[in-house]
Design a protein around this ligand. Structure first.
Ligand code: CA
Length: 222
């Protein structure tokens, strides 16, 4: 899952980004409204954390433009404590949720998790596929209760496939959602990682759809 953090306060931007990275997400950072708007307009993010008070273009305008242009990614806005009107304006502009500053990082993480799983149509923070359980809260997975030893990259790939269980996910889509914008993108490496992940799962839950990509499926779906 790839997330964009738009926050002009450099320290806060770093804190949020690092917390999200530690939780298993890939993070791009923007420090003003124009840069943030551009990235959100051109890159496929699974969620965006957007500060309202930004230089160049304020967060409400950024959000309004995205929504006007049909961008549907979940957006969590950060608002100042005494600015209740920002929450109203933000939600009216198309925000999916908000967090008031100052906040506990755990709250941001929980709200981002919730936005991503709701966008994928899941109500619970635990996702299942046959014997496989993905705990998005702990960023861990287990097979019949036995913990899987996954690298952070493998976890990210598994989480993306699990959130889109039953749908075909193309290699390009995986590359776009598993790496940040600076990564040298090569879709061949995806194949290698899928192979490793399959080996660790042991059970055949990741189907290759020829010429299309991969699909996570229940073991008895034939
Ligand atoms: Ca700010």
């Amino acid at each position: 899952m790839r997330i964009l953090v738009v926050e002009d306060d450099k320290d806060l931007n770093r804190q949020i980004s690092v917390a999200l990275e530690d939780a298993g997400y890939v993070v791009d950072r923007a420090f003003d409204g124009e840069e943030g708007h551009f990235l959100g307009d051109t890159e496929p993010y699974d969620a965006i954390v957007l500060d309202i008070g930004l230089p160049q273009m304020d967060g409400i305008s950024v959000l309004e433009r995205w929504r006007r242009d049909g961008r549907k990614m979940p957006v969590l806005i950060l608002t100042a404590r005494d600015r209740w009107s920002d929450k109203v304006a933000g939600i009216d502009a198309g925000a999916d949720d908000y967090v008031t500053k100052p906040f506990h990082m755990e709250e941001v993480l929980a709200r981002v998790r919730a936005l991503i799983r709701r966008a994928a149509g899941h109500a619970s923070s635990e996702l299942y596929c046959g014997p496989l359980r993905l705990d998005t809260k702990a960023s861990k997975a287990d097979m019949d209760g036995v913990p899987l030893k996954l690298t952070s990259h493998e976890y990210r790939m598994l989480a993306y496939l699990m959130h889109h269980k039953g749908s075909v996910v193309s290699r390009t889509e995986l590359v776009e959602h598993l790496y940040d914008q600076d990564f040298d993108r090569d879709s061949n490496t995806i194949e290698v990682f899928v192979g490793r992940l399959r080996k660790k799962l042991g059970v055949d839950l990741i189907e290759t759809v020829r010429g299309m990509g991969y699909r996570m499926r229940e073991p008895n779906d034939g």
